[in-house]
Ligand binder design. Structure first.
Ligand code: 5GP
Length: 120
């Protein structure tokens, strides 16, 4: 996979971030995914992990995406361990009812405070 794949999919703000058109501090960057801080954090630590191949949502993922999804989760876990030693939550909002606002699959890594359950 390469960054060029971002040009072949439905474009979103995350596609522009992947292509470097919108600058962000890349706290993780590899061939498959990148991570950066959410612009509107809802927790002291709020990171986004996004694949460089755009899939609209987790609900649109298929068997073809299994390796990428596993990679995303591993990176999210490593970032959570690194940035949130007290624990963290990984969230993938998928679709309207879940409040997904950017149609490019992404994982939220949230931590730095206690979180209640169930989520709102
Ligand atoms: P969703 O609501 O789709 O699950 O999550 C999308 C997230 O992307 C939101 O938490 C929102 O704050 C974040 N976001 C939207 N646009 C930008 C941006 O331009 N830069 C960054 N860093 N985050 C963004």
């Amino acid at each position: 996979m390469s960054q060029d794949n971002a040009n072949t999919t439905q474009d979103t703000i995350f596609g522009r971030i992947i292509r470097g058109e919108i600058p962000v501090e890349r706290i993780h960057d590899d061939d498959v995914c990148m991570a950066f801080r959410d612009i509107a954090p809802v927790a002291p630590v709020h990171l986004l992990v996004i694949p460089k191949t755009a899939v609209q949502s987790l609900g649109h993922a298929s068997t073809a995406h299994e390796v990428m999804l596993g990679h995303l989760l591993r990176v999210a876990g490593e970032l959570g361990r690194q940035y949130c030693p007290g624990g963290f939550r990984v969230v993938a909002n998928s679709g309207v009812d879940a409040g997904q606002s950017v149609d490019h699959l992404h994982l939220h890594v949230l931590g730095g405070r206690h979180m209640s359950w169930p989520p709102g």
